[in-house]
Design a protein around this ligand. Structure first.
Ligand code: PXP
Length: 254
């Protein structure tokens, strides 16, 4: 089992942009300082508090992050930029221009509030292969966001993606039902083992919070956790730096 001490934190900052857009959706980009909260300023503070990377999802409907946010992040952050995106030609072109350190390919459905399920790797193998090759040729590390399903894990390995991100949503949503939680934890555990055996690096994300992190961190072979909602919610009370420090401490078993 990987040492929990080596677990990295990717802070997902989409919800900061959600809050900004709730008030300033129509404000011109030049409005500068009055438009808040600024996800980029938040990312910089989070990095100083120990975030190992910044994750942002540019959705087709642009409901939270805007292309300009991504370019500003690319320029201003000191750690790694992980772009979450749908597998479309337009997003691949955007990523090749932006040049993030990593791309996590996620499914996208206009109706969902946040990413709800993993990628259908089997059903979109050809499209994914093309995208993975183009991104990898540009030196971008690609990850596929998938449910802990053996068929999708095997397909991800066949495609040659170096990373998967295991979708922890079903586990997190089942937290209060012991049977569901135990079943979903086992799926994640077995999925992480299987992916590792196939040579995949394993990240995880979605619905991880200050409580379930105590169990999530015991999953084997974890490299990085992508966490957004819990940390940004906690930051409303404690500030982003304290919220990041506390999550990192819990990730490391404090
Ligand atoms: N990882 C992926 C691929 C996601 O789509 C999300 C949600 O935007 C997260 C991690 C973070 O989820 P949460 O905000 O629930 O921590």
């Amino acid at each position: 089992m990987a040492s929990p001490r080596s677990l990295l934190l990717g802070l997902n900052i989409d919800h900061a942009a959600t809050l900004r857009q709730a008030r300033y959706r129509r404000a011109p980009a030049t409005c500068g300082g009055i438009v808040e909260p600024d996800p980029v300023a938040l990312a910089q503070l989070a990095e100083r508090a120990g975030a190992d990377g910044i994750t942002a999802h540019l959705r087709e409907d642009r409901r939270h992050m805007q292309p300009r946010d991504l370019y500003r992040l690319r320029e201003c952050i000191a750690t790694r930029l992980n772009l979450e995106m749908a597998c479309t030609p337009a997003m691949v072109r955007f990523a090749l221009e932006l040049k993030p350190d990593a791309v996590c390919i996620v499914p996208e459905n206009r109706e969902e509030i946040t990413t709800e399920g993993g990628l259908d790797v089997l059903g979109m193998k050809r499209r994914l292969a093309r995208a993975i090759n183009r991104l990898a040729d540009a030196g971008i590390v690609v990850s596929l966001f998938i449910d802990p399903d053996p068929a999708h894990i095997d397909a991800a390995a066949e495609l040659g993606a170096p990373f998967i991100e295991l979708h922890t949503g079903a586990y997190a949503n089942g937290w209060h039902d012991f049977a569901v939680r135990a079943r979903e934890f086992k799926r994640l555990y077995d999925g992480a083992e299987r992916a590792h055996e196939l040579g995949l690096m394993v990240n995880a994300g979605h619905g991880i919070n200050y409580v379930n992190i105590g169990e999530v961190r015991t999953l084997p072979h974890l490299h990085e956790l992508n966490i957004g909602h819990a940390i940004l919610s906690r930051a409303l009370f404690s500030g982003i730096e304290e919220a990041v420090r506390e999550m990192k401490a819990r990730m490391n078993g404090a």
